[in-house]
Design a protein around this ligand. Sequence first.
Ligand SMILES: C[S@@+](CC[C@H](N)C(=O)[O-])C[C@H]1O[C@@H](n2cnc3c(N)ncnc32)[C@H](O)[C@@H]1O
Length: 397
Amino acid sequence: MASQTPSEILERIGVTRIAFDKGEAGSREALIDYSRALIASLEIPSEFMQRTFWAEPAQSAIIRIAVDTKLFQHLQEAGSAGLSPSALSEKTGIDVVLLQRFTSHLVAMNLIAFHDGVLLATKLSNGLAADNYQQSIGFCYNASRPSFNGFPEYFKKNGYKPPTTSGTDGPFQSAHQTEKPFFDWLVASPPYLDYFSSFMSAYRAGKPDWFDFYPVESHMVEGFDSSISDALLVDVGGGRGHDLATFAKRYPSHPGKIILQDREPVIASVVESGAENPFAAQAHDFFTPQPIKYARAYSLHSILHDWSDDESVKIIENLVPALKRGYSRVLFNEIVVSEENPTLAASNMDMMMLAHLNVSERTEDQWRVLLAKGGLKIVKVHTCPGVAESLIEAELF
Ligand SMILES: C[S@@+](CC[C@H](N)C(=O)[O-])C[C@H]1O[C@@H](n2cnc3c(N)ncnc32)[C@H](O)[C@@H]1O
């Protein structure tokens, strides 16, 4: 995006406000983008330095402490009465003088509020008090952040080249002093498998899901034929099943079975939790042949972006023999990078991929070529305003 003057950005904000007041999809996200652009156009370098290298790292460190001391939960419980600094100090165990310094920073960053001598929760801090965000903070602070912090040293050492796509010698391995690929490290390093599962369920929560903008009724439910297979939808690498649980709520009278697949330790944790789930759960390694034949649809949400082209082709090749021509669809819920208009959501995710898995996000052309190598053609790329991930609908050639 070409840089704009503050007045030009303010004008756009004014126009977008009308769309926001009407509740138009994508307008809230556009306002956030413009607000960021406005700050970039107003900030002088000294302010930029202070925000980026003091204010934001300090804020995330305090938030990490807030997880250990349940600071947001105590403020949430106090409701509109709030808590005095000394009452919050007693509950969190943080010395009152130190606590006041931490909370002043959180107030200055608009994360919590301070009024008439009491500290108050905000909608945002209450959201962060939920278990899945508390664990996500643990994942981002302790697993992701060391990897980002290590970028300068890692890339200097390797001559500023992209890491190999083996998944065993990237910034993540360097930061965590391991040779294990990311997903193996998660299993071997409790509690990070749990934290990562929470992170996956939380980081895009509140956004429309793929089944909110993919025509499920006309493309999946209509034409479902139980004489071909009783499987309506198989979520391949579906984590602990958050997508399928929401799908079942959205389509309570869907025909056929919905089936969750993931690695054995992930499925074991779903089974051990004892929760009543609206889906069947099956351990399946997607580098081995797909055991459920002829399902109406197979969804792979944020799967191929975790893998190199060669590995992704292997995943597709293990799925293709299970597809019934003219009936089965493969639904890849993935970021499609726009070269003309790169978004922060796409570049953010690309950096996460570099930090954890040594791979990168893909453009539509790259997706087309990759899927074709595995034997699939793109039927349509479905998108939704303000949603980072598209739904790439594919079928056999
Ligand atoms: C980025 S997460 C995506 C999870 C879920 N689809 C979502 O979008 O929230 C990648 C998932 O792939 C799973 N996974 C990694 N390697 C796998 C393998 N070889 N076979 C099956 N699942 C695997 C992980 O356990 C994890 O749940």
